[in-house]
Design a protein around this ligand. Sequence first.
Ligand SMILES: Nc1ncnc2c1ncn2[C@@H]1O[C@H](COP(=O)(O)OP(=O)(O)OP(=O)(O)O)[C@@H](O)[C@H]1O
Ligand SMILES: [Mg+2]
Length: 347
Amino acid sequence: MRLFTRIAISIFISTTVPILLLYLTVSGRVSFQTDMIVILTTGLIMMIWIYSSIVRPLEALRKATQNIKDGNLDFTLDVETDDEIGELTADFEEMRIRLKESQEEKLISDRESKELISNIAHDLKTPITTIRGYAEGILDGVAATPEMQDKYVRTIYNKSVEMTGLIEELTFYSKIDTNRIPYNFIRLKVRDYFDDCADEIRLDVEGKGIRFDYNCSVDPEELVIADPEQLHKVINNIVGNSVKYMNRDLKIITMNISDIGDFIQCDLSDTGKGVAKKDLTLIFERFYRTDASRNSSQGGSGIGLSIVKKIVEDHGGRIWASCEEGEGLTIHFILRKYVSPVGEQES
Ligand SMILES: Nc1ncnc2c1ncn2[C@@H]1O[C@H](COP(=O)(O)OP(=O)(O)OP(=O)(O)O)[C@@H](O)[C@H]1O
Ligand SMILES: [Mg+2]
């Protein structure tokens, strides 16, 4: 019932009942006591009616306003009537829901930007460590021959180019509104791409006394849709871990690329210390390290594989790890093959 109707009914009852009673009393049909009882009962009913339909909802609204003022948005306002106060309550509830949504969005965005900064700091740490290692090699005279010096300087140069790219990426992120990775997906020839990666990995790890075995059994024409730079990050992080956790005399890293129907699978294995079965899924979680005290001395922050997982999943792929008792770790990931639409194939 609308508020106007309610007020009109109240006024009507509170004026007509006494007039009617006065008439009945004067004409001797009801006694004075009956008058009193009827007037008091009518007044009580009117009070309860007005209280429950106007005062109570207004009190609930006042409490809700107080809650919002104190920054608490975790409550619900029930709409009990269909009058103007009910409409006001419904609007108020909608405003609360919107405020709560925008508060949650802000929290997510803050978390994402923190994550992003730590991801980029993590990515920058890798080339900086390499540059430092190779510069120290030159200073300490480890690179004795001109060929070795040339190789060291080239690596320093390549890594500094990589850093420039990362800093550009950071500038780009800070300019866009969203904190998400702006992927640049293109069609990649699987074999060409992984052949180039393998050359780069070989150059990097063989300098550290690690053998690198590479095998690709994929058709040269096979394609995937991927962002080459982000995929590069995936491989660099996995290989970086293999190098970091290689604690045996037999040091081998293997990269196997195979065709498994609708997907291309990449398996990266090492002969390092491996990971216990119970940790195989946990290593992809942010900040998870199987041996925190030891890794911290090796500079690990436990975010490398979480970035890797995110990138692979953003590509529509899947990633997992396996490790046989007493053997090194293998990281597997799959990417869906690109199948060109029928029309495109014909043309
Ligand atoms: N190849 C590997 N051999 C043995 N353990 C590994 C290997 N790769 C990862 N791990 C384990 O998984 C954990 C998580 O790896 P992740 O790359 O996420 O972090 P991190 O290497 O410790 O630090 P960050 O990569 O952030 O510098 C590592 O701390 C390590 O315990
Ligand atoms: Mg790592």
